[in-house]
Design a protein around this ligand. Structure first.
Ligand SMILES: Nc1ncnc2c1ncn2[C@@H]1O[C@H](COP(=O)(O)OP(=O)(O)OP(=O)(O)O)[C@@H](O)[C@H]1O
Length: 675
């Protein structure tokens, strides 16, 4: 009876526990719960085997008594010789004498507090004892599961069960980070810096004001209120002392709103803190400071987080899939965990599998899926259950271009009625999907706005592409070649005279010019005039566009690298065309060459350094411009001029420190991306 009513209850509890914890670390908890349940089933198995054997013995005894009736005389019970003894074995395991002896001795120990009294523990008593120990271990498992930090360091307070909010579902206690021991507690948060960018500052002030007023705009799905995450660093115990490495400030105060019906795209170089911010929102990593409201629920509260988990879909950066389950089984599993009605599970799973083009592979084990197929399945898992907030951490990594575009369509269609947060390293993806884009670097939000806003503020300007008529004709005579060349020269001269720009890229078919923002006012008349001369210049087409998001990204990332390199004093060696070497901070764009002053160039010469990101995301030098005179208006700071005095002689032997020139001081004629 106890078993029959207790088991479904236990199962419900276990399911609820899974729902709460599955998104945290299913893998780490799985083993312990499987062990616990295995022990429970073992007890139940013993019970039924014992019952079966007894029934069989009774049946054969009845049969014998019917066949050969004779009076049953009970053997005399031996007198109790010792003070504490068991009158007879509590029960016999028919299949094992040793087992019987062991259990008897355990039971005699338990009953030893009844001195002088013969003990007769019943078989049912033993089962009750076994079942009650199961429940004891089960409760302890739940308790320790809550207070011992998981792989990401999330845990609840030691006395979390004393908080009424835990039981009532209101309020709730805050999730903690770090270990139970003081040595592995959380590190102090990094002090907040005022953002340099005006849009980021405006966003921050808006969120702060709403936080102060306690109002939440109904159009806001997620409000991040000063999120700070500091990893406490690793620690080691040596000679009875805890030694800890420096804490790492991964996110240094994030204030931002994510609107409903919109996709917010979070960009940033490797290690910018995107995944950390997302992990805080999903409860995988605890906050060090600040908070986040997701549809009104606090992500720092355990109860709030329990509510949040019901309404979010998450596609993590690395696939969390089970090799033994098929795609369809994955969706069924997650649908049932999210509590979807069983009637709709099958149809929802089929629809999603079709959307991510996995219908044919629906019944194939996920272990045999390709990387792209696994990403698509993870994406489908994020969409199951119609979540109100979808968090996608690099969802299209590893997908082929056709599937990627198809997934973009699915994401675009999924925007309605929900908020989507997307991180990606594909600028094209961000440009196409992002309603608002934020670029993070070194744990801070560096810029925020629509794609056009970012391009106009952080790009180098406009890109004009001029293509020429008849340029595709491969077999044209030399006379026509000369005409084409004269057309090219005429257009180049026209751009130089009117806008002061040289072509950035040039070939037989087209010329590409980068036009700085400050010439924007001239563009209308300029292009009207150019269009009037299209026949004269042999122009087939003129295209004008803003610079790319990639350029914006590289500029922002480079600026952040530069700040960090300057703060840390990190230097790289720039080898000039002349063979001389100067040391410059990582990310520096315009660099004055020490010791290059002459009568002709009293301020010396400088180069523009071009940077690119290597495979690990770190900035490295990709080249530099020819040496040009430092404009007379450029101020050289005294500390830097020290390097000048070191002269060329020293430059020959070992690299001297280059002079970093503020790009704002350089005329926009020079201004173009240094990446
Ligand atoms: N558990 C951890 N302990 C210590 N440092 C960590 C931990 N997790 C992340 N970090 C550090 O925090 C920084 C931010 O990491 P995060 O994964 O958030 O970057 P990201 O912007 O998502 O990068 P990527 O684009 O490569 O995914 C990194 O420098 C990383 O080394």
């Amino acid at each position: 009876m106890v078993l029959r009513s207790g088991f479904p209850l236990l199962f419900q509890q276990y399911k609820a526990l899974l729902r709460k914890n599955l998104l945290i670390s299913w893998r780490s908890k799985r083993a312990s719960f499987i062990q616990l349940f295995a022990s429970f089933f073992f007890i139940v198995l013993i019970f039924f085997i014992q019952e079966g054997i007894e029934a069989r013995n009774k049946k054969s005894a009845d049969f014998r008594s019917v066949r050969d009736p004779k009076p049953l005389v009970s053997p005399p019970i031996p007198p109790c010789e010792r003070k504490y003894s068991v009158e007879k074995p509590c029960f016999d395991f028919v299949w094992s004498g040793n087992g019987s002896a062991r259990i008897s001795s355990i039971v005699s120990g338990i009953m030893a507090n009844n001195p002088g009294r013969p003990i007769r523990p019943s078989k049912n008593g033993i089962y009750k004892w076994l079942v009650s120990t199961f429940f004891l271990w089960f409760i302890l498992a739940i308790y320790f599961d809550n207070i011992i930090p998981n792989v990401s360091g999330v845990r609840k307070s030691v006395f979390y069960f004393l908080n009424p909010g835990y039981w009532t579902g209101k309020g709730g206690n805050k999730l903690k980070e770090g270990g139970i021991c003081r040595c592995i507690g959380s590190a102090p948060p990094k002090e907040h810096l005022t953002p340099d960018d005006e849009d980021v500052l405006e966003e921050e002030n808006l969120v702060k004001q709403q936080t102060k007023e306690g109002t939440v705009d109904p159009n806001i799905a997620v409000q991040i209120r000063g999120l700070v995450k500091t990893y406490p660093g690793t620690f080691s115990i040596g000679c009875c002392k805890c030694r800890r490495t420096k804490p790492y400030h991964a996110v240094k105060g994030l204030w931002v709103n994510f609107a409903r019906d919109q996709l917010f795209c979070l960009l940033g170089p490797n290690g910018a803190g995107k995944t950390t911010a997302i992990n805080c929102l999903t409860g995988i990593t605890p906050f060090t400071g600040g908070d986040a409201l997701i549809y009104g629920d606090s992500a720092r509260s355990s109860v709030g987080m329990a509510n949040i988990r019901k309404i979010i879909g998450f596609c993590p950066q690395f696939d969390i899939l089970w090799n033994a389950l098929s795609g369809q089984e994955h969706l069924h599993l997650f649908a049932s965990i999210k509590g979807l009605p069983s009637a709709s599970v099958k149809s929802d799973a089929e629809k999603l599998l079709a959307e991510v083009r996995l219908t044919e592979a629906a019944k194939v084990r996920a272990g045999s899926y390709s990387g792209g197929m696994k990403r698509r399945l993870s994406f489908a898992v994020a969409l199951i259950g119609d979540p109100k907030l979808i968090i996608l951490d690099e969802p299209t990594t590893g997908m082929d271009p056709i599937t990627r575009r198809h997934v973009w369509d699915v994401i675009e269609g999924a925007k309605r009625g929900r908020a989507i947060v997307l991180t990606t390293h594909s600028m094209e993806e961000a440009d196409i999907l992002g309603d608002r884009i934020g670029i993070m670097a070194k744990g801070r939000l560096r810029c925020i706005g629509t794609s056009i806003r970012l391009k106009s503020r952080f790009g180098t300007g406009f890109i004009a592409n001029v293509s020429f008529s008849g340029s595709t004709n491969e077999q044209r005579p030399p006379s026509r070649d000369a005409v084409a060349t004269s057309h090219h020269e005429a257009v180049k001269e026209f751009f130089k005279c009117h806008l002061g720009v040289e072509p950035k890229e040039e070939n037989r078919e087209f010329l590409t010019f980068v036009i700085p923002h400050d010439r924007e006012g001239l563009l209308t008349n300029f292009f009207a005039e150019l269009q009037n001369k299209d026949r004269e210049f042999g122009i087939a087409d003129i295209q004008l566009g803003l610079t790319t998001l990639e350029e914006v990204f590289l500029n922002i990332a480079g600026q952040a690298e530069l700040e960090a390199a300057m703060a840390e004093g990190r230097l790289v060696t720039l080898t000039l065309a002349s063979g001389a070497s100067v040391q410059i901070p990582v990310g520096a764009r315009f660099v004055g060459i020490p010791g290059s002053e002459s009568a002709e160039h009293p301020s010396g010469v400088m180069v523009e350094v071009f940077w690119q990101q290597d495979d690990s995301g770190a900035l490295c030098i990709s080249g530099h411009s020819p040496e040009t005179p430092i404009p007379p208006n450029v101020e050289i700071t005294p500390s830097r001029t020290d390097s000048f005095s070191q002269g060329r002689s020293r430059r020959q032997s070992r690299p001297v420190q280059g002079i970093v020139i503020n790009p704002d001081q350089i005329s926009t004629r020079h201004s173009r991306s240094n990446f």
